[in-house]
Design a protein around this ligand. Structure first.
Ligand code: HAM
Length: 448
């Protein structure tokens, strides 16, 4: 493509990702891997087992659990029909699928509470912006089968531990509230609707709509006028049942006992209908609810609502992209096991042949190795080795093949030594040090 003027021409590739979704490139996978390890470690420590639910479910699974009037169900679901006309939806969050699976697989027959965790992609047709994507990753923890405020406290503590391991906990405030049982909430919703009578004109379009369907959401609207009205609205706590209030006091006592700081936020309601009693969110200290990294709460009525036995539960989920963005903002570097140790450069067909078994032996010895590529000169290959930032390069040319030797070059010092081909592996092990080698061999761990 040419242009008359000298402006740089940017070629737009014919295929791009759809808006709001992105590749996880190798550099970000290092963060993903690290986060997954932290989550797995903390989950194992506390007895959680991993679960994966399908990427799509029958639409009703989400409608019934998250609620018809929630933003997620009414505006953000990727819903489609399969070839037989059944309505399916890409999962917008993890809890609904886990609960469906708990019931379908009779997990209530297993020792309770059931402790489950996941690390999965989720999909919401939201307006893409910083920290808000159409495909995003969440990890989450669910405790199903026991009602005890000590479990709510432990879920919050687990979240805190994971955030601390990832170096971002200090950036967030824990906000907590209780929204009571759904019965008690019904009465409060009526009070709230009555309070807003005559004030509708001051509300934003969204809130005017929600007033009829989901008045609780008016409490956490971000628009200025709505915020002022919400400040003056009747307080939910005054209408909640004693059991929920006592439960909340217990939770606060346990959090104090664990030394976990929290902010009591009487306006926190969360955007999913399944919660009862405890709700909590981790708010950015600067941006507030915008870009919160995670949230959760108790959902005692959900399992019954989804067709199971009445079963209490509590859980939490966090957004992986938002955590990574905060780790980068804090300039946190994650340990990477992907760095190569050795590049093998060769000249001539015979040298290339000798390199292949050498590369294999190096890898089997735990030395991460690449090389024997293409036909470039030794200098070109050394430049490639530099780009891969390897500490050592092994060079094998025509002379070395003839003499049965090889050269090891220390890339940072620029010095090199010649040694017998048979001694190369042992010498590199010595130079790199046993501790730095990658001897992990999952194949050896299999048992039958
Ligand atoms: P949620 O608050 O809807 O809760 O989502 C949890 C976290 O997922 C958010 O705090 C945010 O970090 C991330 N997230 C949500 N939407 C997006 C998006 N469009 N782009 C990027 N990140 C996003 C739940 O999903 C509940 N299932 C949590 C739960 C588990 N409650 C009980 N158990």
């Amino acid at each position: 493509m040419t242009q008359d003027n000298d402006e740089a021409i940017v070629q737009v590739p014919p295929f791009q990702t759809p808006k709001g979704v992105h590749d996880i490139l190798p550099a970000d996978h290092e963060f993903h891997t690290y986060i997954k390890k932290v989550v797995r470690h903390r989950a194992r420590q506390a007895g959680f087992r991993r679960i994966s639910t399908p990427v799509f479910e029958f639409t009703e699974v989400f409608k019934r659990s998250i609620g018809d009037t929630s933003d997620i169900v009414s505006k953000e679901m990727y819903t489609f029909q399969d070839r037989k006309g059944r309505s399916l939806t890409l999962k917008p969050e993890g809890t609904a699928g886990v609960v469906r699976s708990y019931i379908q697989n009779n997990m209530n027959q297993l020792p309770q509470p059931m402790l489950l965790y996941y690390f999965e992609p989720h999909f919401r047709y939201d307006r893409p912006q910083k920290g808000r994507y159409r495909q995003f990753w969440q990890f989450g923890f669910e405790v199903i089968g026991e009602s005890d405020a000590a479990l709510d406290a432990q879920i919050i503590q687990l979240a805190n531990k994971v955030h601390s391991d990832l170096g971002v906990n200090h950036l967030f405030d824990l906000q907590i509230n209780t929204i009571g049982t759904s019965e008690a909430r019904k009465q409060y919703m009526q009070v709230l609707q009555d309070y807003y009578v005559g004030k509708e004109r001051s509300l934003c379009d969204n809130c005017r709509e929600r007033l009829k369907t989901n008045p609780l959401r008016l409490l956490d609207c971000k628009e200025d006028d709505c915020k002022i009205l919400a400040q003056l609205a009747p307080v939910m706590k005054d209408y909640l049942d004693k059991e929920s209030l006592d439960f909340h006091e217990e939770l606060k006592g346990y959090l104090d006992e664990l030394g976990i700081k929290y902010i009591e936020n009487l306006k926190l309601v969360r955007g999913l209908d399944y919660y009862s009693k405890t709700v909590f969110e981790f708010w950015d200290k600067n941006d507030g609810a915008q870009n919160s990294i995670g949230g959760g709460g108790r959902y005692d009525g959900l399992i019954e609502l989804m067709g199971g036995q009445p079963t209490p539960a509590v859980g939490y989920a966090a957004g992986v992209e938002r955590i990574i963005a905060n780790m980068k903002r804090e300039k946190i570097r994650v340990p990477s096991k992907d760095d190569l140790h050795v590049f093998v450069a060769q000249l001539g067909n015979e040298a290339k042949r000798k390199c292949l078994p050498l590369i294999d032996k190096l890898r089997e010895a735990g030395i991460k190795t690449m090389g024997a590529l293409g036909k470039g000169s030794i200098n070109i290959q050394l430049r490639i080795a530099n780009k891969f930032k390897v500490p050592y390069t092994v060079l094998i040319g025509i002379t070395e093949v003839r003499e049965g030797t090889a050269i090891i070059r220390d890339m940072s010092k620029g010095i090199q030594e010649t040694l017998r081909m048979d001694d190369v592996v042992e010498r590199l092990v010595e130079l790199l040090g046993e501790d730095d080698l990658d001897r992990y061999s999952p194949g050896e761990l299999l048992y039958s």
